[in-house]
Design a protein. Structure first.
Length: 500
């Protein structure tokens, strides 16, 4: 019997009422294993209504009450991390160890939310004028929503909702319809931890659900992670509807390798960052820029390592890389490799013909490595989101920097060098939101915020960290004067308050 994934509204399972369902496949076999209910406008409205009702009490609850529940949730999430990782592998395809890593990074933000009381401290200035004090506080927004991608079905939602609910908001999550099960299991664990009904809700669906979230007058803020075209659409539409928006888009992350770099370390890093999670992550290194005469040696070292990667089902402990999420996506990724030579690139490794015995209908693609890729090639210009690494050549650091800064994306970047001066110059001059120095995937720890520049971010706030707290709260400044009991009434004074 095919499994059905339903919504989670008001603290319980809500069976789909629209009559519309989407298929969820096992990427390793290509078989449809699950149907996910797609929400109608009315079902989204029901989730928002439940969140709005819950906010009446949750928004007034104490910090201690909120964080107590989050501590319990953190313990449950830790205890069930293998179970959640198995759900991710079954629907996304990533190997189990990678899925476990995703849960661990989500746990990091839950832990940050458990200590949110430090970030929510206000400020006080006393005696700014005679007997006048000024204080600033931060208060929750109300109902907020998250729209999250397929590549991290547990981690990215946990980059949003723990901080949002710790700040006193209630939350409506619209996860990817391609791998929805992890989000529902998380909702169940939150309920088990004691989260009041309606504080966290999950609605599945497609554009109908997304558009209703952006249009609903009771949704005060929208967080999004996904491709750049959709991020731009989310930001434009939700902002026009008066909502606060953080919309994280796509990327084309460059790794600059200088002639003095440790080439073995650089090759290890390039392979790990380009092909981990089958390249389906917005922080993947998809372009290596080799400076000077090291290019041939570096490409050979990358090739040697890439050829040894074991590709297979995500639930096979020997697999290092799994399949892609869907057949459509697999075919799109393959098209970039197929057309690379005609666009002037040298195809060092072509993984488009790869398959796995016994799983021939899975969404398989092997490792692809393209060298001497011109900047005009589609394989360089587009975010491929698959295991395809482009190598570009430049003669100087300056030429390489200009190349990187000419990209419309500015999510993450890295430099490999032994020269501290060059590294310092790069981190100041490169136009990207996250920079690694001999670190290929510079995803910040939870107490620093994640986010890019240019077409990789729409909105003013990065995600989690201090930016997350500021995004999910709004500031209020209170100016107070208490008369001294010994003072006589001063009468009406229409001028400015006297400061001295």
């Amino acid at each position: 019997m095919t499994k059905i994934v339903n919504h989670w509204i008001g603290g319980k399972t809500a069976e789909g009422a629209s009559g519309t369902y989407g298929p969820v496949t096992d990427p390793a076999t290509g078989e449809v294993t699950t149907k996910v209910a797609f929400a109608s406008v009315e079902e989204v409205d029901a989730a928002v209504a439940a969140a709005k009702e819950a906010y009446l009490s949750w928004g007034q609850s104490s910090l201690a009450a909120r964080t107590t529940i989050l501590f319990k949730f953190r313990a449950l999430l830790d205890a069930h991390r293998d179970e959640i990782a198995e759900l991710i592998t079954a629907e996304h395809g990533k190997v189990h160890s990678d899925a476990l890593g995703e849960v661990a990074r989500g746990l990091e933000i839950v832990e940050l939310a458990c200590g949110i009381n430090v970030q929510l401290k206000g400020e006080l200035s006393t005696q700014v004028a005679t007997r006048v004090d000024v204080s600033s506080i931060r208060q929750p927004l109300g109902v907020v929503a998250g729209i999250t991608p397929f590549n991290f079905p547990a981690m990215v939602p946990m980059w949003m909702f723990p901080i949002a609910i710790a700040c006193g908001n209630t939350f409506v999550l619209k996860p990817s319809e391609k791998d929805p099960s992890a989000s529902v299991r998380i909702a169940e664990l939150l309920s088990e931890a004691g989260l009041p009904d309606g504080v966290f809700n999950v609605v599945h669906g497609d554009k109908v659900a997304v558009d209703r979230i952006m249009a609903h007058p009771d949704v005060k803020a929208v967080s999004f992670v996904g491709s750049t075209p959709i991020a731009r659409y989310i930001h434009t539409t939700a902002s026009a509807n008066g909502k606060r928006v953080q919309a994280l888009g796509g990327a084309k992350n460059h790794m600059l390798v200088l002639p003095d770099a440790d080439l073995d370390a650089a090759a290890d890093a390039a392979v790990s960052a380009a092909y981990g999670s089958a390249g389906e992550r917005c922080m993947a290194i998809s372009a290596v820029v080799a400076v000077g005469a090291i290019g041939d040696t570096l490409v050979e070292k990358i090739r040697e390592r890439a050829e040894k990667i074991k590709i297979g089902p995500g639930n096979d402990p020997t697999s290092e890389m799994g399949p892609l999420i869907t057949k459509v996506h697999r075919d799109k990724v393959a098209s970039y490799v197929a057309g690379a030579a005609d666009e002037g690139a040298e195809v060092v490794l072509d993984g488009t013909g790869y398959t796995v015995d016994g799983h021939e209908n899975g969404h398989w693609i092997g490792i692809s490595l393209l060298d001497k890729v011109p900047t005009t090639a589609k394989a360089y210009q587009d975010e491929i989101f698959g295991p395809v690494l482009c190598v570009l050549r430049t003669e100087t650091y300056e030429e390489a920097l200009d190349l990187i800064n000419s990209s419309p994306f500015g999510n993450g970047t890295a430099i490999f060098t032994r020269d501290g001066g060059a590294a310092r110059r790069f981190q100041l001059e490169v136009e990207a939101g996250m920079v690694g120095v001999n670190v290929p995937i510079p995803v910040p720890v939870g107490y620093h915020s994640f986010g890019g520049w240019k077409d990789s971010l729409f909105g003013d706030h990065h995600i989690y960290g201090n930016d997350g707290t500021h995004f999910y709260t709004r500031g209020k400044v209170v100016t107070t004067r208490w008369p001294d009991p010994a003072d006589a009434p001063t009468g009406v004074d229409l001028g400015f308050p006297r400061n001295h």
